[in-house]
Design a protein around this ligand. Sequence first.
Ligand code: ATP
Ligand code: LTN
Length: 363
Amino acid sequence: MSSATDTSTGAVNEGRAGARPDTRTTRPRVLSLVQPTADSLHLGNYLGALRQWVPMQDDHDAFYGVADLHALTVEQDPKQLRQRTLRSAAQLIAAGIDPEKSTIFCQSHVPEHTQLAWILSCLTGFGQANRMTQFKDKAARGLGDQASVGLFTYPVLMAADILIYRADRVPVGEDQRQHLELTRDLAARFNHRYGRTFVVPEPHIVASVGRIADLADPVGKMSKSASSPAGIIELLDEPKINIKKIKSAVTDSDREIRFDVDQKPGVANLLTILSALSGTPVETLVESFAGKGYGDLKGAVADAVAETGGAFRERALGLIEERTELEAILAAGAERAREIASAVVAEVYDKVGLLPPAQGRSR
Ligand code: ATP
Ligand code: LTN
């Protein structure tokens, strides 16, 4: 792991009088964000990302939040974006992120992210940015030449989100691995050019659940923006809708339940989901389904999703109504985040040679 204890920021370690003490000196830092691009998070977000975030808040200094600026890389309805930002925050808390343990914030409330993103974009080769496959996929999916420059530079803003907190670990799904590689490159490049400044972060990707597949097209990943309604389990949907989708999940034409991602991607995905939700290893599940059919497997998956999803849904729908409370949590999170982010941006501006504005000397 890269060094967690950096000496350059008093601000990181001081904490505020009366605030939760900053535990950075003893605990590594974890950071991750979700985009508010839908009313509901889906099962892939939950298993691939959020579920890893929850235990990490116990032994890390945790920063979790909502990447509303990233959502703007594709067209959004303004009113809906605001609602989805609050809904996303509610869902993080419903999943078990505790505002007493973690700093929960909204990306646009910490304007230093965009300040650092500009500096990092000046260190990013056009060719390197152009190799990012998520941009290519999203641009190819209908946007073509209309894809925004923001979508193109999205991974640089993501690097800024991570580096500005000197995060040690970043729990994400497999689709973000390449962006993490870019982030690591940019950290190392900046450190090499200007002296040690950033922590080079480690991705935290759990292989078994890093890429939950689309139920209707199990070769693709379950995605808020790319999946058809039939392919995606939205956690805030009525349980009966999700049960129906699971029962209609695409499998294959033979009848054997075994784990083979290449030959039987639909069945492998159902086994992956059931294993993650039940805590039972895939091999044990395969043995227990010997002689049974796809209908039995789907029934077990539907029960497991209903069980985990039911409690989550109830908590989230309750929290979404607590707007004032959610806003207060985000305000407190932004305050703590800005203490760290503003010190890092000041240090970076100085290192790259930007002239500081003179205090009180205007004529
Ligand atoms: P979009 O389709 O709008 O890009 P998304 O469905 O990929 O959205 P994000 O908000 O971008 O969702 O992702 C939040 C987190 O969930 C990220 O860490 C991402 O890697 C993870 N994630 C997204 N989809 C999956 C999936 N199918 N399996 C596992 N993890 C996933
Ligand atoms: N690109 C991520 C969302 C995201 C993120 C981050 C994740 C924005 N900034 C920083 C981890 C760390 C995605 O889920 N598509």
